[in-house]
Write a protein that binds this ligand. Structure first.
Ligand code: CA
Length: 222
């Protein structure tokens, strides 16, 4: 899952970035509203952490533009504007959640997880697929209750696959959602991660290859 942070306080922005990376997300960071608006026109994200007081475009205006363009990206506002009318305005303009500064990083990470759960229509924090169970909170995978250790990137690929069952997903799409500016992952490498996942998980990962298109995780009927 890939997150964009738009925050002009460098110390706070870097703290957020490392907390979210620690939690397993791919994170990009920009400090300027206009740069963020431009980037959001072509780069796909799973969530936006949006400060309101930003250079060149205010966060509220950026959010308004985003929603006018029919972009449904989940947005969590992080702002020092803590008055009730500001919070109401933020939510009414189209934010999904609002957290006032100062906050604890752990709470931002937990709210991020909650918003991503909602946007992927996975109400439960543990994703089940046959005998596989992926706990999104601590990113632990188990098969029949036994812990399976996976490389960080294998886990990111698997998480993307598990949150998109019943749909064909391409390797480019997976790469885009687990890459960041600092850690750009080539779609060809996705094939390697998938073959390792298949080797480690065997039949528990009933992932079909759809020739020329990508991969399809069969829906779980149990
Ligand atoms: Ca600011």
């Amino acid at each position: 899952m890939r997150i964009l942070i738009l925050e002009d306080n460098l110390t706070l922005a870097n703290g957020l970035k490392s907390a979210l990376e620690q939690a397993g997300y791919a994170v990009d960071l920009l400090h300027d509203g206009q740069q963020g608006a431009n980037l959001l026109k072509f780069q796909v994200y799973d969530l936006l952490l949006l400060d309101l007081g930003l250079p060149s475009i205010d966060g509220i205006d950026l959010l308004r533009q985003l929603r006018r363009a029919n972009n449904a990206l989940p947005v969590l506002i992080i702002s020092a504007r803590d008055q009730l009318d500001h919070r109401i305005e933020g939510l009414d303009v189209g934010a999904d959640d609002y957290i006032c500064k100062p906050f604890e990083l752990d709470e931002v990470v937990a709210r991020t997880r909650a918003l991503l759960r909602r946007s992927t229509q996975k109400a439960e924090p543990v994703i089940q697929h046959g005998r596989l169970e992926f706990a999104t909170v601590n990113r632990q995978l188990t098969v029949d209750g036994n812990d399976i250790e996976l490389h960080r990137r294998e886990l990111s690929v698997l998480e993307y696959i598990l949150t998109h069952p019943g749909r064909v997903i391409s390797k480019e799409q997976i790469a885009e959602h687990i890459s960041s500016f600092d850690d750009d992952i080539n779609p060809v490498a996705i094939e390697t991660y998938i073959s390792r996942l298949r080797k480690k998980l065997g039949e528990d990962l009933n992932l079909k290859t759809v020739r020329g298109l990508g991969y399809l995780l069969e829906l779980n009927n149990d």
